[in-house]
Design a protein around this ligand. Structure first.
Ligand code: ACO
Length: 332
């Protein structure tokens, strides 16, 4: 049987930094409020002519270079994004694969908001274990600044742009294999976090859409409570089902939405401080890109070594959630 191994990681953030002080000049907020309520200090913002696919390509190139897998051996590209280059088509995964010079790959996007990376990890695992694909490039890429309302202080302080990518490959060595991936969704909570306009269900006409009304709206406080409850439960389940103790996890890598959510979930799971990976202060919430960006951070700082077990967990619009137990398995 083929198993799926997490071979490599890469990430990219655009050059421009938007600080809390910058935001305080735009809306009625302060560095003190944002830092205390979210843990965010700054976030990166893409240039006008820099698209989600451009961020994704730069992250993917690093992941490919580090994977030991030749470009022509990648047989599928999946992108998780809620800020695609184009509204309906082509998919951002298709654009990324072409910009990377790939020919004849399967390429598609998925929409699971901040849980996107865990979803595409599950897709890569399933395609590889079924024998349909051998090397899958997964990319979480977001230009959230394109769908953020910079007059709404409840959301504009949270989000940033960036991308992360990983190469998942077939292996026969079970010790290298991704152990498990959980994914879930509950549309009953859809209204907590949504972009209500612009789609076929939109109450607004084309004029509104052109005027830029395709922005994210969020009931932050309710989302916060559901996030803590759902994440804690899901992570407890994946650990129990796989007979893994919190102590066996080297790196707990939660979606980086809010320091207080990460702290509450980490405490409930009895994670020690050194297990918890935190990047929210410097990148803010980059939705589907946040987990691979955080993995890349510990990789580039030398904290992530071959064989170490990562526990991923995420929560986002939909509502969606997911978790994964993933050993880091670079090619030997
Ligand atoms: N600056 C100053 N004051 C503010 C700001 C701001 N930027 N934003 C809100 N406030 C005010 C509110 O108006 C309110 O004032 P009031 O008491 O006079 O009415 C007060 O601060 C408290 O507001 P809350 O919304 O209750 O603040 P809370 O502590 O919940 O923090 C936050 C808000 C940061 C948005 C938090 O709720 C949160 O992080 N929620 C979860 C976000 C999340 O995880 N989303 C899911 C993933 S995102 C995705 O899928 C794309």
């Amino acid at each position: 049987m083929a198993y799926a191994a997490f071979r490599s990681i890469g990430a990219y953030v655009p050059e421009k930094i938007l600080t809390n002080e910058d935001l305080a000049k735009m809306v009625d907020t302060s560095d003190e409020w944002i830092s205390k309520r979210t843990g965010i200090k700054e976030r990166h913002i893409a240039a006008k002519d820099e698209f989600t696919s451009d961020l994704g390509v730069k992250a993917a190139q690093k992941a490919l270079d580090r994977s030991g897998v030749a470009l022509e051996d990648i047989d599928m590209v999946v992108c998780a994004t809620i800020s695609p280059d184009y509204f309906c088509m082509p998919s951002t995964a298709t654009v990324i694969s072409t910009k990377l010079g790939m020919k004849n790959v399967t390429a598609f996007d998925i929409s699971a908001a901040c849980t996107g990376f865990v979803y595409i990890l599950s897709i890569a695992k399933a395609f590889i274990e079924s024998g349909m694909k051998k090397n899958v490039l997964i990319v979480g890429a977001e230009k959230l600044s394109a769908i953020t309302d910079y007059s709404d202080r409840g959301t504009c302080i949270l989000f940033g742009d960036g991308a992360g990518a990983a190469v998942i490959s077939a292996t026969e060595d079970k010790s290298e294999a991704i152990i498990d991936v959980h994914t879930g969704a509950d549309g009953e909570y859809a209204d907590l976090l949504m972009t209500p306009n612009g789609g076929s269900g939109s109450a607004h006409d084309a004029v509104d859409v052109e005027a830029g009304s395709c922005f994210m709206q969020m009931k932050g406080n309710e989302t916060f409570k559901v996030a803590v409850r759902t994440l804690t439960k899901d992570v407890q389940e994946i650990l129990k089902e796989n007979k893994v103790a919190s102590d066996d996890v080297k790196h707990f890598i939660p979606h980086q939405a809010n320091y207080r959510i990460i702290k509450a979930v980490g405490d409930a799971l009895k994670m020690r401080e050194e297990q918890v990976v935190l990047t929210v202060a410097k990148y803010g919430n980059t939705s589907g890109a946040s987990i691979p960006m955080a993995i890349n951070d510990i990789y580039e700082s030398g904290r992530l070594q071959a064989g170490e077990l990562m526990l991923l967990d995420a929560f986002g619009g939909g509502l969606t959630w997911g978790s994964a137990l993933v050993p880091f398995s670079p090619k030997k």
